[in-house]
Design a protein around this ligand. Structure first.
Ligand code: SF4
Length: 468
């Protein structure tokens, strides 16, 4: 029988409520499990007597187990290989995933590929940061979570040494496989296998917390997080509550652009960062490399982002993979710059206001602002400065996934120069971490000669630094 994770908050809450047990006791259980992940739930102290049979019969402290871990040579990156419980079908029950996630979500994990089929997958993380290896053994699917450690004191800010210190970011997976089929991504060739439950997502944080004090969480692992919306929302709510207490501002969800989910993102997850994998400045190129773009046309995506930006007043992070001669030319940089300027909702209003202020009353300007943008005048300055931040990601060639090539260093730098210099868009180049251990995992399916080249990577700040 498959057990639920004790971190499946909704399931546990429902069970407790049905038994007349206060759900306020739940964080106490989580705190105990976080400190002792292998604990028998009978050992959690000070719960009402009625809680123990429920916990014993339906839940486990951890449904996943750490299969292995590997450190990069510089010790800055640790990859965790996590084995999920077999045949739980947890994605279906725990996430309330709904029909939009496809039938596969309801198949249960036993319907997943065999070990032969999935001997190993090297996942190039195109939403974000990481490379993932997954497989299915006799005991359930495996996913990887990656811990990346940064020293925020490196480099300068405003001409002075940066404040801060060592911190760790955890990159988590939200699905086994992915249905979005991006052509540059090995996972895209797998198809969708299953949703992780919210508990399985949180358990990645519990495993990682044994290695590092995690400050940031990014949903840039395997899967499209917004295709597992309910579980991701619930997992983030757990991660940002006691005992984990992550700041929502330090959580980033990366999406290829699921428009209907973007529209409800801010309402469900205020203050959580949204990153969008744009990867091309026009619909045609986007469709070539991301088949899902047909369902989520660029024009409608930009409208949804504009709406998100107005509502949330938050910066959007744009991720852009650099593919040689596909999307990395200077003309693409100009197209992207112009496209992103449309997200600066008050780009024109800003200059207009400068002219209006001496000539019109405050009330008139306020009415004008509300009429044209739906925003109060007081909201304008913060929005005006909110052009998206672009993160350029040097492509890591993977034989099994595509014929794409890594952009030349000068193309990446030229692209960055155009966005920064001509369009005043803050543009960084993705820092490459843990290349050596990614290679180790990738060797199962990828030859060393196919490993990523880091030559094109300028080591700049990563996505979590973009708010600084
Ligand atoms: S959305 Fe695309 S890049 Fe992200 S995991 Fe799925 S196939 Fe890969």
């Amino acid at each position: 029988m498959a057990f639920r994770s004790v971190f499946d908050a909704e399931a546990l809450r429902n069970e407790f409520e049905m038994a007349g047990i206060s759900s306020q006791l739940i964080p106490r259980i989580w705190k105990h499990v976080r400190q002792k992940p292998n604990v028998d739930l009978d050992e959690v102290p000070s719960l009402p007597a009625a809680a123990y049979p429920i916990l014993r019969s339906k839940f486990r402290a951890m449904t996943s187990s750490l299969s292995s871990n590997a450190d990069s040579k510089d010790k800055l990156t640790t990859k965790l290989l996590i084995r999920l419980q077999e045949g739980t079908g947890s994605g279906c029950h725990a996430t309330g995933c709904g029909s939009s996630n496809g039938d596969a979500a309801h198949m249960g994990r036993k319907e997943g590929p065999t070990e032969k089929m999935w001997h190993c997958w090297h996942h190039q993380r195109m939403h974000g940061l990481c490379c993932f290896l997954i497989g299915v053994g006799g005991n359930g699917a495996m996913v990887e979570a990656v811990i990346m450690r940064y020293d925020t004191r490196l480099g300068k800010y405003d001409g002075k040494p940066r404040p801060g210190g060592l911190r760790a970011t955890l990159c988590v997976s939200s699905q086994v496989g992915c249905k979005m089929a991006c052509k540059f991504c090995a996972t895209g060739t797998m198809g969708f296998k299953n949703n992780l439950s919210s508990g399985e997502i949180v358990e990645q944080l519990v495993h990682a917390s044994r290695f590092s004090d995690i400050r940031n969480v990014v949903f840039m692992g395997m899967g499209e997080p917004l295709n597992n919306f309910n579980a991701v929302v619930e997992a983030i709510k757990v991660m940002t509550a006691s005992p984990f207490q992550l700041s929502p501002k330090r959580v980033t969800v990366s999406t290829v652009g699921i428009i209907n989910a973007i529209k409800k993102f801010n309402g469900n997850l205020p203050s959580v960062n949204l990153a969008v994998s744009l990867h091309a400045p026009d619909q045609e190129t986007r469709c070539q490399i991301m088949p899902s773009a047909r369902a989520f046309p660029l024009g409608r995506l930009i409208e949804a982002l504009l709406e998100y930006q107005k509502k949330s007043q938050q910066k959007i992070l744009i991720e852009y993979i650099m593919l040689d001669a596909v999307n990395d030319l200077l003309e693409h940089a100009h197209q992207l710059g112009k496209l992103l300027q449309t997200l600066e909702v008050n780009y024109f209003l800003k200059s207009l206001l400068i002219h209006l202020r001496p000539k019109f009353e405050h009330r008139e300007i306020t009415e004008f602002c509300l009429g044209t943008s739906g925003l109060e005048l007081s909201a304008m300055p913060s929005i005006v400065g909110s052009l998206p931040v672009v993160n350029l990601i040097p492509y890591n060639p993977i034989k099994s996934s595509s014929n794409f090539r890594t952009s030349k260093k000068e193309n990446v730098e030229g692209f960055q120069k155009v966005l920064r210099g001509v369009y005043n868009i803050r543009t960084t180049i993705r820092q490459q971490m843990g290349t050596d251990i990614s290679g180790a995992c990738g060797q199962l399916v990828v030859n060393l000669s196919e490993q990523r080249s880091t030559e094109g990577a300028c080591l700049l700040s990563d996505i979590e630094d973009l708010r600084i």
